[in-house]
Structures are given as structure tokens and as C-alpha cells.
Design a protein around this ligand. Sequence first.
Ligand SMILES: *Cc1c(COP(=O)(O)O)cnc(C)c1O
Length: 407
Amino acid sequence: MTSSSGPHFLQIPGPSPVPERILRAISRQVIDHRGPDFARLGQEVLEGCKAVFKTSGPVIIYPSSGTGAWEAAIVNTLSPGDRVLMAETGHFATLWRQMAARWGVEVDFIPGDWRHGADPAAIEAKLAEDRGHAVKAVMVVHNETSTGATSRIAEIRRAIDAAGHPALFLVDTISSLASVDYRHEEWRADVTVSGSQKGLMLPPGLGFTAISDKAIAASKASRMPRSYWDWAEMLKPNAGGFFPYTPATNLLYGLREALAMLQEEGLDAVFARHRRLAAATRAAVRAWGLEVLCLEPAEYSPVLTAVLLPPGHDADRFRKLVLDSFNMSLGSGLGRLAGKVFRIGHLGACNELVLMGALTGVEMGLAAAGVPHRAGGVAAAMAALNSQAGAPDGTPIAAASGSGEVG
Ligand SMILES: *Cc1c(COP(=O)(O)O)cnc(C)c1O
């Protein structure tokens, strides 16, 4: 049985499916990146991004994947030999740590079990011990895409403050921005790193760093060699809407459209939709009798759900069967989770019926692969969605005023 007709279900936690509106916006002739039309586009997206990061400061846009923006955060703010504090939340935190180490940064990596977010109390304790303020930065992955655990960034900010520590705060929001509430300025992040292909609903190819005044000051003191990633080189032309080298013009057309879509739906409604879809997914997993990888309910990711298969059942074999049978891509287990978990992405342009299609494919796949489970996950997810549906504020239909139409 194969179903290669009809849409492919791209249910990995990034890249996420690109809405038709954005595809059409991108499908336009390229323009002169030194001309007046470009300046208007550049100014519009550089300014428009700020609302999504919740900052009034600059957002730098690179023609890069998120990994490039990771590197930009490191090489602009740190110096070889600097000490930083990181938390082992999963595969992406481990990769960012490895990158910092390659740049000669000494990383104190707080161990983790890949089933929780970063622990604010552990960060506070480490910083309180550091009376000489040798630690130059705290670096945290907001949404750990390999595990489906979302770290509590506001609490980590409070932990840094409680320790009275002046470290910079660098946050990876590559898979959380525009899907999970995030406040660069209010939480006094110094560098917020992101990428285009997850919550922003764009194809891969843009990397972002939102930067604070403190981060800019640190960049002036930093002794890290850099050229392509240098913020100073970007900030000068960005003031007029231009870039120091050829920008990813067509992706910027797409970004303009994505920002408009987010504004039309409203960021709070976007976040609520992600939480609703995630809760329905977990209801399905529980009904199947399987285990959600994330152990802390306060850290359940609105973006993706990682599901543990029972011992002896290979998650990659299961994913292959789902792809071959139902034309759906599920996320693989990364790093030490390889073969043990599969990940269901429910981010970006996802909605109720797409999610229900995806969960149906998972339930049929579990049966076809002979994975021990109970039927009824799909029904449980529908019930969860119905109980949360209704007015945009989440009021159940029965309690909402008026006709009960879904807002
Ligand atoms: C996807 C992702 C990355 C890597 O981004 P690329 O665009 O693949 O370079 C880093 N961190 C997190 C949390 C991610 O989800």
C-alpha cells in the first residue's frame, strides 16, 4: 500500500510546510538589492521582525540556516578562552556547545537527561558560585527540538538576576519563535537566535539574531575573529534597508508575507493554536498507551511531541513504514535518542485537520508496524480539540456567547 498521490504530510519539527500565500510571495522576479525597491522591502522586514522577537532593538537577518546565526551569536559576543554556562537539554544544546568549544570557548555544561528543559535553580546556583564573574554568557535552547521540552526562559532570566550576575543571556529560539511566547526585551535576552523554516513558515535559508545594547557593547570588546557574521558590517547598511552583500531577496519577500500572516492571526492566537494542537497530540499519545518523552508538564513543547516507542521497537523502522504507506514524514530520534523516539511536528501552518490526518497516520502506522498500543488515540485527540475549541480565547463552544461558531 502506497499513497504518493495527494499532499505529502511534512510532520517533522522543521522545516514546516510553507503556506501557499508565502510560496506565491516568493515566486517573483528578483530585484536589484542596491535599488530603491529593495530598500523599502529591507526596511519593512527588518522593522517587522521586531514585533515577533518582541524587541525594539535591531534584528540581523543572514542568508544562512539557524546554525549560522548560532555562530554569529558566539563570534560577536565572546572571546577565545571565555567561560560560558550551558544546559544539556538535548541534541541541539549539545551541538551549540560543540560549536562554542570549537571557537575556544570553555563551556560549563550542566548535565541533563534529555527529558527536561534547562533548570533555572541549577543555573542560579552555578552563577552564585561564580563570585569573580568569570562566566561571560548563559546560553540556553528555548525549545529543544530533539526532545520536545521547552525551557522556561523568563524563570532563567530571574535566576540570573537572583544571582546578581552580569553574564550575557544568549537564547536559541530557532524552533520556538512565532510558535511559543517569547519576549526578547522583557526577558532581557542579549542575543536571540532564530531561523526561517520552523514557526516562521518559510523555506530554510534565513538566520536571525536579535541583539541588545549590551550585546552590541560586548561585540565591540570581543576578540573573536569574524568577517561574514560581523554585526557592525550589517548594522551600517541595514539602517537604510540594505545588506553588505547579496541578501536572500526572495526569502525576504516570503518573510514580509509571513509577518503579515502572523499579524493577521495575532501572535497570542498563534501561540494558543500551537498549545491546543500539542495538547491534542499528547492526548492521542496517552490513549495509545505510549510515553511522551518530556517528563515535565510545565515544559511540554507546543511545537512538537517526541514519543518513546516500547523497548525492542525501532522508531526508524516505524517512520519508514509510515512514509512508505501514508506519504508522511515524521521526525527521527536525534543523537542518543536515535531509533528510540519519533517526533510529531505540529508547528507553523498546522491546523486541526492537518494534525488529525497526521495522528491518523501514526495510529495506522502503529498497527501496521505491530507496535503494542491501544486504539483510540485519534478519538482522544478529537475530544481534546473539541473540549478546547470555540471562541478565540479558548472558551468552550457551549459556554461561548452567540451561535457557537468556531472563531
Ligand atoms: C533546527 C534547529 C537548529 C538548527 O538550525 P538549522 O537551520 O538546521 O541550522 C538549532 N537549534 C534548534 C533548537 C533547532 O530546532
